[in-house]
Design a protein around this ligand. Structure first.
Ligand SMILES: Nc1nc2c(c(=O)[nH]1)N[C@H]1C(S)=C(S)[C@@H](COP(=O)(O)O)O[C@H]1N2
Ligand SMILES: [Mo]
Length: 436
């Protein structure tokens, strides 16, 4: 297997180089004073412990500005408790993706579910005392505990794809700013919860309702009290779809802290950003929601073709709704050495709220394509699995390409139109193999 290129660590070192004291405060919530050692505070201490993989018994002795030795090798060595094998793209906020070969399971294990945070996750989480408020344009405001949700509504279990709108951003040229996701800001875990639609119906959505607005308990990177890191929403028609869950369990266990414990939305087929984590409130509005990350260039794409690098006026952007058709080869791992002349190629395909009809594989740079076997989705919103036995004519270097086509006849493109924030890259997944 070839060496994979090392990623440049982002975040922690940049901050510490510029100003160690303010870095401490920003990253771990610790304040240092001239003659007094600053203690790690609740949230900061929990963040550091989560990143290091364990509580820090002597945290009171840690000098301000001390970068934990665990980070000496850069972000490659950052350990996130309960996660395994993820590539950390940023540590503040925490963002980590999953290498494709670790997404081989039909149901993504929690340890391998990517993390996309816009702010600082809440640290004092008490599931028993957690409440979800439904407010705004409803007949009756509701405040529900997780027990209330379980008692009063159908509890269902669904395998649902979550994909960040910025997945694939790393491959745009010119580069788009933001986390440089390659392939792995996508997952399909099994989520347990109640239907968002059932809860909204119980509250009674008024006739003039247009959009939802979602709020969570994470806090803004600036530390500014009351400042919301992200609050997105969906049109009422989408919210009323039976595929959307208010989830309290992931793969049969409570949600992972980084995936929104104890309560989150899962809005499959739409940008992951719609699926508010640490969910505390859903507000029904009579206008398109305008919370943080709903406006400007956030999760919005130009409504017309633009030239790479072109400046686009804010009014020329549309909100991203469904995610496009896409596929991912999860086995073999890219750069694997194939002994013999045959290999089983496997992966997953999905297309927003549609079904995938066909996945094709090419080993000759797209000149010819062969149909793979494709499974039905476990339920609407789940990805489908493709497999095919590939024979290579002779030893040498090959690329295996995958291309999915959905039930509207829409296929993945070879190349994607550039957009300023690098969203919706659904080009073919290509892996490299050396045969013989
Ligand atoms: N409260 C809150 N919810 C959030 C986010 C966030 O930063 N805060 N990130 C969103 C984005 S952009 C994505 S892609 C998904 C990622 O979910 P995951 O971290 O569980 O993989 O969560 C969404 N929900
Ligand atoms: Mo996202």
């Amino acid at each position: 297997m070839k060496e994979h290129k090392k990623k440049t660590p982002r975040g922690i070192y940049e901050y510490y180089e510029k100003n160690p004291d303010s870095a401490d405060k920003k990253i771990f919530g610790r304040v240092s004073y001239p003659d007094r050692r600053g203690f790690l505070k609740g949230a900061g201490l929990a963040t550091m412990a989560a990143v290091l993989g364990g509580a820090i018994p002597f945290h009171r002795n840690m000098p301000a500005g001390l970068i934990p030795a665990a980070f000496a090798e850069g972000l490659e060595d950052v350990v996130i408790e309960g996660k395994d094998g993820l590539t950390v793209l940023n540590d503040r906020p925490m963002n980590a993706e999953t290498p494709p070969h670790l997404l081989d399971d039909d149901i993504t294990p929690t340890t391998r579910h990517f993390i996309r945070n816009n702010g600082i996750p809440p640290t004092e989480v008490n599931p028993a005392g957690w409440t979800l408020t439904i407010g705004g344009l409803v007949d009756k405001q509701m405040s529900l505990t997780i027990d209330d949700l379980k008692k009063n509504f159908d509890v269902i279990e669904q395998q649902l794809v979550l994909e960040c709108g910025g997945n694939g951003r790393a491959f745009f040229e010119p580069k788009a700013t933001g986390n440089q996701w390659t392939y792995g800001a996508v997952a399909c875990s099994k989520w347990t919860g109640v239907r968002l639609a059932d809860v909204l119906k119980a509250a009674g959505v008024k006739d003039n309702a247009i959009y939802t607005a979602h709020y969570g308990a994470d806090t803004h990177l600036s530390g500014q009290e009351g400042k919301v890191p992200i609050s997105r929403g969906v049109p009422i028609a989408k919210a009323m779809g039976n595929e959307n869950l208010i989830a309290f369990a992931q793969n049969g266990k409570p949600l992972h802290p980084m995936n929104g414990a104890p309560l989150r939305l899962v809005i499959p087929g739409w940008p992951g950003s719609c699926s508010q984590k640490w969910l505390t409130r859903i507000q029904i509005r009579d206008q398109v929601h305008d919370g943080p990350k709903m406006t400007g260039t956030s999760y919005r794409v130009p409504n017309r073709p633009v030239a790479p690098g072109e400046k686009v006026a804010t009014e020329d952007f549309d909100i991203i709704e469904r995610m496009p058709v896409k596929s991912l080869i999860t086995s073999p791992q890219t750069n694997a050495q194939v002994s013999g002349r045959e290999v089983m190629v496997r992966g997953h395909a999905w297309s927003g709220d549609r079904k995938v009809e066909k996945v094709q594989i090419s080993i000759d740079f797209g000149a010819t394509w062969m149909n793979a076997d494709l499974s039905a989705p476990a339920n609407p919103g789940a990805w489908q699995t493709f497999t095919t036995q590939v024979k290579f004519p002779q030893p040498g270097y090959y690329e295996v390409w995958a291309k999915a086509t959905d039930d509207h006849g829409i296929s993945q493109p070879f190349a994607i139109a550039w957009n300023p924030k690098g969203y919706l890259n659904n080009t073919f997944h290509r892996i490299a193999l050396v045969v013989g």
